[in-house]
Design a protein around this ligand. Structure first.
Ligand code: GDP
Ligand code: MG
Length: 177
């Protein structure tokens, strides 16, 4: 006579960007609050999840990260882009090329019906290395505005500050997802 347990809602977020920008580390930070010593280049899809409580309701947040190899893409791409609730585009602030790749990633999402109607955010990762930054906050903010996305700058490695104890003024990963 007891009620069935409430269904856990699933919220699927895909994390997109060039290889090496820190997608896998960001999903680790969010789901396990850890920075992995070592990541393998993602083969296929990396998948992590965490249950969060929002307004008394359990929400299962699934983070999908892909390396985007051509081999994988042909077979998996449809699956990957299905039932997506939000898209996180990631670049590495110390790697200008990863920032220049963003239009192609945005376009690819758009082709899979993930355009402005889906929540999309832009994340500049590796802000603990800001001294080596190649992409300024101003330039990134202009780009984010032009694509109607909020911008976050963060560090999967050091979410609270730099190794020397100084603040790196970045957004915490928790605040992003
Ligand atoms: P992915 O290919 O986008 O999934 O990138 P990974 O998460 O595998 O990270 C690629 C490399 O960048 C690894 O050597 C990580 O240790 C490093 N890395 C990831 N995030 C950060 C960060 O916030 N700061 C620094 N300094 N290194 C990072
Ligand atoms: Mg990866």
């Amino acid at each position: 006579s007891s009620l069935p347990p409430p269904r856990t809602r699933i919220f699927k977020i895909i994390v997109i960007g060039d290889s090496g920008v820190g997608k896998t580390c960001l999903t680790y930070r969010f789901c396990a609050d850890k920075f992995p010593d070592k990541t393998e280049a993602t083969i296929g899809v990396d998948f992590r999840e965490k249950v969060v409580e929002i307004d008394g309701e359990q929400i299962k947040v699934q983070l999908w990260d892909t390396a985007g190899q051509e081999r994988f893409r042909k077979s998996m791409v449809q699956h990957y882009y299905r039932n997506v609730h939000a898209v996180v585009f990631v670049y590495d602030v110390t790697n200008a090329a990863s920032f220049r790749s963003l239009p192609a990633w945005i376009e690819e999402c758009r082709q899979h019906a993930l355009g402005q109607e889906v929540p999309r955010i832009l994340v500049g990762n590796k802000c603990d290395l800001r001294h080596a930054a190649q992409v300024s906050t101003d330039v990134a903010q202009q780009f984010a505005d032009a694509h109607s996305m909020p911008l976050f700058e963060t560090s999967a490695k050091n979410p609270y500050g730099n190794e020397d104890g100084s603040r790196n003024n970045s957004d915490h990963v928790e605040a992003i997802f």
